[in-house]
Design a protein around this ligand. Sequence first.
Ligand code: SF4
Length: 219
Amino acid sequence: MTVKKQPFRGTDDRRRVGTMIGILGAEYPDAHCMLNFSNAFQLLISTILAAQCTDVMVNRVTETLFQDYPSPQEFVDASPDDIEQAIYKTGFYRNKTKSIKKCCQALIDKHDGQVPSTMEELLALGGVGRKTANCVLGNAFAVPGIVVDTHVKRLAHRMGYTTESNPDKIERDLCEIVPKKEWTHFSHLLADHGRKYCAARKPLCDECPVEHLCPKILA
Ligand code: SF4
């Protein structure tokens, strides 16, 4: 009797992902968070704005936003209308305004206006999900975290590292096989690779440097 081998799970996945990280690391030596920020608070707000929006557009909006709203207090004091107008171009501006106001109020009430540095505290702010929390932890506090954005979600599927659609479960699957110290870096690598080769509509598999390691699950 032949046992059907699970093709891309378990120990092999760990080895495969390790090799991929080496190749993608050489391909994208400058992989980093594409959002512009100069402190944890700015990154937190930018990451909330980045939902369903490009990093380029978020950076364009925050260039002036952070001049008018430099700390949580300014967002709390502002009318929802004013914030909505300021972030309008990032889309879903009503919900994002609610999230920002809720989160800023919690920062003031519970953390003296400072951004906390643990997953539990970030999630408890309200308006902050795991993707946002991991982005802030990884890029502002150097606490490893996998950010399951649209690129990571798409590539994790195509590469056969997950069959899940729920971002929290995708994160769990990736955390099992990616070395912890690489979690943040791995997210940046997949985002860069998604932009350059593995685009949503037309992946360039023939030119892709990890083609030999990828099952190319494109369905
Ligand atoms: S081989 Fe194709 S599907 Fe796999 S990572 Fe490269 S571009 Fe994406």
